[in-house]
Design a protein. Structure first.
Lengths: 314, 480
């Protein structure tokens, strides 16, 4: 039995999801016999952590501060062991631009993209280069904030006239945005879980929107709005290739404990593309990592136990 | 014998499948209220939130509340703690008839059905009238709280544009003619004629007569929602639709805005056959509305001149409205327009069509100010560049500061859009400061000189015509 602080909530836009993830984690940890201190992360985080003096922190935060290395940096400074990826991996993975550059350099397929900051648009007149960018990426293209973990702020632009509006929306969430080639195809999510120090891929989940144009942020966490197929019905060779790419991405970014790699399978040529690596994927009832673990015969409590075991000093 | 321990969780996949199979078809069209997760952040203490629809209950003297409840306890304890009739307590129905009389309606207390808030009134009307696929007509925008109710009964909602005189009757006629040609007939026309939520406009007398004439001619039901009618800050009261013709009008009112939203008591008045079904519907929904609340209301009305309290609320809200209108004129850029409500709780502001107010909310929360994105008031994705601003639940100082923050965010967006479009422009200045808003009809709105469209005409260009951006929320995004 250990004293575990569960960090949840916080001020990110994914606060509600994090509260759900955190609540489930707390229940599981209690069932596993641990002494649990839930902490809704706020300005008093340091004092609450000091008071709780946990042996480890289970980081069930999503989005800004929780997933981008900030809280991890604090836990390092306070000498508290924590679940999931280390500071530098969180920084790399949560910033889609850094992650995609790393993947592209390493030869991991990711959709072509260009990324610019708000100040670059303002100071360098980047807007003048948009025709060249869109000529390279072709329409429709996807515009997304660099760091937002959820679907908030992600827009399609179907023609040049749509690009400024899409950029404006994405800039509402981050000061850096990327324009990315749109891959039309199937959505796959591969969760990675470390067991005994070795990362292993869990069965692939395919997310199938129940209704066209219906798959937005609101529906993501609601039962019955999206159908999840696990294991995804894929040709074995293709599944093996997707799994290998996911593991390679996990290792490239230096992730630890667990993560979820999101990919697109291009419907036209069966090419696979990594969209992003989520260092702290959702742990709610409808989240994909618990579903994938379940399909591998790993119940939720066991999943939490494994994630915690990877964090606790041996 | 030891108590059983906590049940181990079932497998996630199993749980999801099990529930998914259990849910009724109607849940597939139930939409969670717009951007619920984002909206949850607006409750943060450091955020000045214009997103509520809240009356200011802090004006009710706590000592008076204690006094009323003491009397309820000493005189009607057992009855207040007991079930009551589905049709409501007689005393409350009499009080409701008194409130309706204050708006010029002569109603027999026996024909009134108290409900658990106005929200239940909307739910009950849908429950007894709407089959899946039935047409319901509403205004565009419409009350955001009615949208999930209509959707949960699987209504086919058709929204009619408003202008400064309220629902556009010419458009309504066209829609009705089109429905005729398809052999369809709307179950009812839902309208908020006074100080529309969220539109902030009031239906003109001429339109009221036209609407009633259409209803009579076609034998259609009008569902009149009038929560704010007594909260008028300028101009002369207009007759309710019910008072013009009660044959084809279902009327709903509420104590939420003139006394307390916490008592959860509203009411319905409907033609007798409709009322009979409504009573059955209510019986199956909750047997009766809270007896404690009904006794509270009866005692309250017996102890005080209730209209004095409504007058004091009106005065308070009028000042807040004026502060908000002044602040909007001072801080919002020229490209923005907004309504000038003669009463009620809300201003409806519309920004340039390239700004999506749902995304804007994310940035606004960063600057510690919040509002309701306009899309919440539509069933069809319109309203993307509008927002609802509540002034009744926010202090004058907070309104000034909140609108200043909002103005900053909006101006920044306008400037950024110019940059992103490749236009080399200087940041837009706020519109010139104008004099404090004096009560004025919408046609001569204070400070509207350079913005003749700033009134309800914001609605005259339906968002449906503003699809120039065609920026759609991404439909294919990771789950998880």
């Amino acid at each position: 039995m250990s004293r575990i602080a569960v960090l949840k909530g916080g001020r990110s836009l994914e606060r509600q999801v994090s509260l759900k993830s955190g609540a489930r984690v707390e229940e599981a940890l209690r069932r596993l016999g641990h002494e649990v201190t839930p902490i809704d992360v706020d300005v008093d985080l340091v004092s609450r952590l000091s008071a709780a003096a946990p042996e480890a922190a289970f980081v069930a935060l999503h989005g800004r501060d929780g997933e981008d290395g900030t809280v991890q940096e604090l836990l390092e400074a306070m000498g508290i062991a924590y679940t999931g990826s280390r500071v530098s991996s969180c920084i790399r993975a949560s910033d889609k631009v850094l992650a995609k550059h790393a993947m592209r350099d390493a030869g991991i397929p990711t959709p072509d993209f260009f990324a610019f900051s708000e100040t670059a648009f303002k100071g360098l007149g980047i807007a003048q280069a948009v025709p060249a960018i869109t000529a390279h990426l072709s329409f429709p293209l996807v515009v997304k904030p660099a760091s937002q973990g959820s679907a908030l702020g992600i827009k399609f632009a179907s023609s040049p006239a749509n690009v400024p509006g899409a950029l404006l929306a994405a800039f509402s969430y981050d000061r850096k945005v990327l324009l990315e080639r749109y891959v039309d195809g199937r959505e796959l999510a591969i969760s990675i879980l470390e067991q005994g120090g070795e990362p292993a891929a869990l069965p692939i989940v395919e997310a199938v929107p129940e209704q066209e144009d219906f798959y937005d942020f609101e529906s993501r966490y609601e039962i019955g709005r999206t159908r999840f197929v696990c294991p995804a019905q894929l040709d074995p060779e293709l599944a093996a290739r997707a799994t290998a790419i996911a593991l390679e991405s996990f290792q490239l970014l230096g992730c630890s404990g667990f993560a979820r790699v999101d990919l697109m399978l291009d419907g036209s040529d069966d090419e696979l593309y990594v969209l992003e690596v989520n260092p702290i994927p959702g742990l709610t009832e409808t989240s994909l990592l618990p579903q994938a673990a379940d399909a591998a015969g790993i119940g939720f409590d066991r999943l939490i136990e494994l994630i915690l075991a990877a964090a606790l000093p041996s | 014998m030891t108590a059983p321990g906590p049940r181990p969780p079932r497998s996630a996949a199993h749980e999801i499948e099990r529930y998914a199979a259990l849910f009724a078809d109607r849940t597939k069209v139930m939409k969670s209220s717009a951007m619920r997760d984002l909206m949850a952040l607006t409750a943060r203490e450091d955020v000045i939130s214009f997103s509520g629809g809240l009356p200011d209950t802090s004006t009710f003297p706590p000592g008076f509340f204690t006094e009323i409840m003491s009397r309820v306890a000493s005189e009607s304890c057992a009855k207040a703690l007991q079930y009551g009739p589905t049709e409501g307590l007689e005393g409350v129905r009499e009080r409701i008839s008194e409130v309706m009389a204050a708006e010029g309606m002569d109603v027999d207390p026996a024909s009134i059905l108290p409900t658990s808030g106005g929200q239940q009134a909307i739910d009950l009307v849908c429950k007894i009238l709407v089959n899946p696929g039935d047409v319901v007509i509403a205004e565009a925008p419409t009350y955001p709280g009615a949208v999930p109710t209509f959707c949960s009964y699987e209504a086919d909602v058709i929204q009619i544009t408003m202008d400064r005189d309220g629902m556009r009757i010419d458009e309504l006629r066209k829609v009705l003619a089109k429905l005729d040609s398809e052999g369809r007939r709307p179950k009812f026309i839902y309208t908020i004629p006074n100080f529309h939520n969220p539109g902030g406009v009031t239906m003109s007398l001429e339109r009221r007569h036209e609407l009633i004439a259409i209803a009579a001619e076609r034998e259609l039901l009008i569902f009149e929602d009038n929560p704010y009618g007594l909260l008028r800050y300028e101009g002369e009261p207009l007759p309710t639709l019910y008072s013009l013709d009660n044959d084809f009008v279902i009327y709903t009112g509420t104590f939420s805005k003139i006394l307390s939203a916490g008592v959860r008591i509203g009411w319905l008045v409907a033609p007798p056959p409709v009322r009979a079904k409504l009573v059955l519907g209510k019986g199956s929904a909750d047997l009766c509305s809270s007896s404690i609340s009904q006794y509270f209301i009866s005692e309250y009305f017996a102890s005080v001149a209730w209209q004095d309290y409504v007058r004091s609320l009106s005065e308070l809200y009028r000042r807040r409205r004026d502060v908000m209108l002044d602040a909007l004129a001072e801080h919002l850029p020229r490209e923005a327009t907004w309504t000038h409500p003669e009463g009620g709780l809300f201003v409806w502001a519309t920004l340039p069509d390239y700004i999506d107010t749902t995304d804007l909310l994310a940035r606004a929360i960063e600057e510690r100010v919040a509002f309701v994105p306009g899309r919440a008031a539509y069933v069809d994705g319109r309203g993307g560049s509008s927002m609802r601003l509540n002034f009744s639940g926010v202090s004058e100082d907070e309104i000034r500061e909140g609108i200043r923050r909002l103005g900053e965010v909006v101006r920044e967006q306008v400037a950024l859009y110019s940059t992103l479009s490749g236009e080399l422009t200087t940041p837009p200045a706020a519109a010139p400061t104008r004099k404090p808003a004096a009560p004025a009809p919408p046609t001569a709105r204070s400070g509207a000189a350079k913005r003749p469209q700033a009134g309800a005409d914001a609605h005259a260009a339906p968002a449906g015509q503003r699809e120039v951006t065609n920026v759609l929320p991404l439909t294919r995004k990771r789950a998880g």
